[in-house]
Design a protein around this ligand. Structure first.
Ligand code: RP5
Length: 174
């Protein structure tokens, strides 16, 4: 059984390798905000603050966190190192930066050894947004309220696409 937590205590831990990742990671935070999911955010580095990351991961479950979201660039090991220390789901976001535009971070995040999964999303802002949504979906497994909000969100997206198509058809028939 997951630990019982007070409603406003963070359920999601968002970590990023550097504050230079914040504009991208903000997308994940905004997705959680949109669903009213409480979270915390920290700058922490698998390489520059390895002990801090290990301690954070080891304490995460006891503190009531249910999902970890980690973004890093370059040799992006933050999500993988977290995953090594927890059985909570870990979602990894490769940052779009450096000389390889995020391809290095994508491979570093996604190519985990068998047995220690990291759910890796797309490079950059769209990936960060999806990471937030995926965290909501995971939490919705034990929250009918979040399930309802997710269904409404999907319905709004579908309505938006249909409206765009109507505008396209109208423009083409002029
Ligand atoms: C990674 O190196 C960070 O996650 C960031 O994406 C990148 C650059 O970090 P800074 O030099 O801006 O601190 O570890």
């Amino acid at each position: 059984m997951p630990p019982k937590v007070k409603a406003r205590e963070p359920l999601v831990g968002i970590l990023m390798g550097s504050d230079s990742d914040l504009p991208t990671m903000q997308e994940a935070a905004e997705a959680l905000d949109a669903f009213g999911v409480p979270y915390e955010m920290h700058v922490a580095s698998a390489h520059r603050t390895p002990e801090w990351v290990q301690r954070y991961a080891r304490d995460a479950e006891r503190r009531g966190l249910r999902v970890l979201v980690a973004g890093a660039g370059g040799a992006a090991h933050l999500a993988g190192v977290l995953a090594a220390h927890v059985t909570l789901p870990v979602i990894g976001i490769p940052m779009e930066n450096g000389s390889l535009n995020g391809l290095d971070a994508l491979l570093s995040t996604v190519q985990m050894p068998g047995g220690i999964p990291v759910a890796t999303v797309a490079i950059g802002r769209a990936g960060a947004r999806n990471a937030g949504l995926l965290a909501v979906q995971i939490l919705s497994l034990s929250s009918p309220g979040l399930q309802r909000k997710l269904r409404a969100h999907r319905a709004r997206m579908a309505a938006d696409v249909l409206a765009r198509d109507r505008r396209l058809q109208a423009a083409r028939s002029r």
